[in-house]
Design a protein around this ligand. Structure first.
Ligand code: PEP
Ligand code: MN
Length: 283
């Protein structure tokens, strides 16, 4: 029996409300607000990237994603436009005002990437690339660290430590699905990770439903669930013509459907008492 004077402990959500979050390009992430990172899997061309950036910015996304250096299972797949893509991302940022999130795989590219990136993405396959984590830590640029395909939450948090210990406090953790015995979708999105990571750390927790789903139809239901469970934000893939995408087209949301999707995500985030700032409020 619960003693009458016993005060219930704050839930993970309640304690999260008091968290300071991290700073990215003058905005706060993980402070109780909700962040929407959206854009193409890969920068394929200037037209495709600028069209996507415009669509997600107009809808109210808070950051733009886009891969310049792509980790691909097959070395024969499209692996990104590299430095040319960084120039396109810089143009997209100038056009829309959205801060840019882009992946770095090789520490030799870090200098070029941080000239453009407001957030460095470290992908699942590199979650335990310790020299890369330390270099990202030393850069001082905020890091989005994705959970490895078969990594425990403790391993994810310890990888984040590699960045933090270099004096870089701005790390976001990202749940993007793990490999299980279930083959009906690409990966199994582990939503229990969200409240549990909040017990383990103060760092913002972002969910990537696109790579977990592998299929467009599943991205919205997973997004709503992630927002309602208390994620600090989402990272999703968007393309103007997913059928023509060079990478991950099957899971990309259509750019012209993104605004209505985002309205429904806003409602789900409100269940966890998180609001997505309107663009006007950011200027
Ligand atoms: C990506 O974000 O495009 C990506 C390759 O993600 P992950 O590292 O989670 O597979
Ligand atoms: Mn992708």
């Amino acid at each position: 029996m619960i003693a009458r004077q016993e005060i219930p402990k704050p839930t993970a959500w309640d304690s999260q409300e008091a968290r300071p979050g991290i700073e990215v390009a003058g905005r706060r992430i993980g402070d109780g607000s909700f962040t929407m990172i959206a854009g193409p899997c890969a920068v394929e061309s200037r037209e495709q990237t600028l069209a996507t950036a415009r669509a997600v910015a107009d809808a109210g996304a808070t950051l733009l994603r886009g891969g310049a250096f792509k980790p691909r299972t097959s070395p024969h797949s499209f692996r990104g436009l590299g430095r040319e893509a960084l120039e396109i991302l810089a143009e997209a940022r100038a056009l829309t005002g959205l801060p840019v999130v882009t992946e770095v795989m090789d520490p030799r590219d870090l200098e070029a990437v941080v000239e453009v990136a407001d957030v460095i993405q470290i992908g699942s396959r590199n979650m335990q690339n310790y020299p890369l984590l330390e270099e990202a830590g030393r850069s001082g640029v905020p890091v989005l660290l994705k959970r490895g395909l078969a990594s425990t939450l403790e391993e994810l948090v310890l990888s984040a430590e590699y960045v933090l210990k270099e004096g870089n406090p701005a790390v976001m953790l990202c749940e993007r699905g793990i490999r299980t015995f279930e083959p009906a979708y690409r990966f199994t999105l582990d939503l229990t990770a969200v409240p549990v990571l909040k017990e383990l750390t103060d760092l913002p927790v972002i969910v990537d439903p696109s790579h977990a789903a592998g299929r467009r139809e599943l991205v919205e239901p997973l997004s709503l669930a992630a927002a309602a469970v208390g994620a600090d934000g989402l990272i999703v893939e968007v393309h103007p013509q997913p059928e023509e995408a060079l990478c991950d087209g099957a899971q990309a949301l259509r750019a012209d459907e993104f605004a209505s999707y985002l309205e429904r995500v806003r409602a789900a985030a409100a269940l966890a008492r998180r609001a997505l700032p309107r663009l006007e409020a950011l200027v």
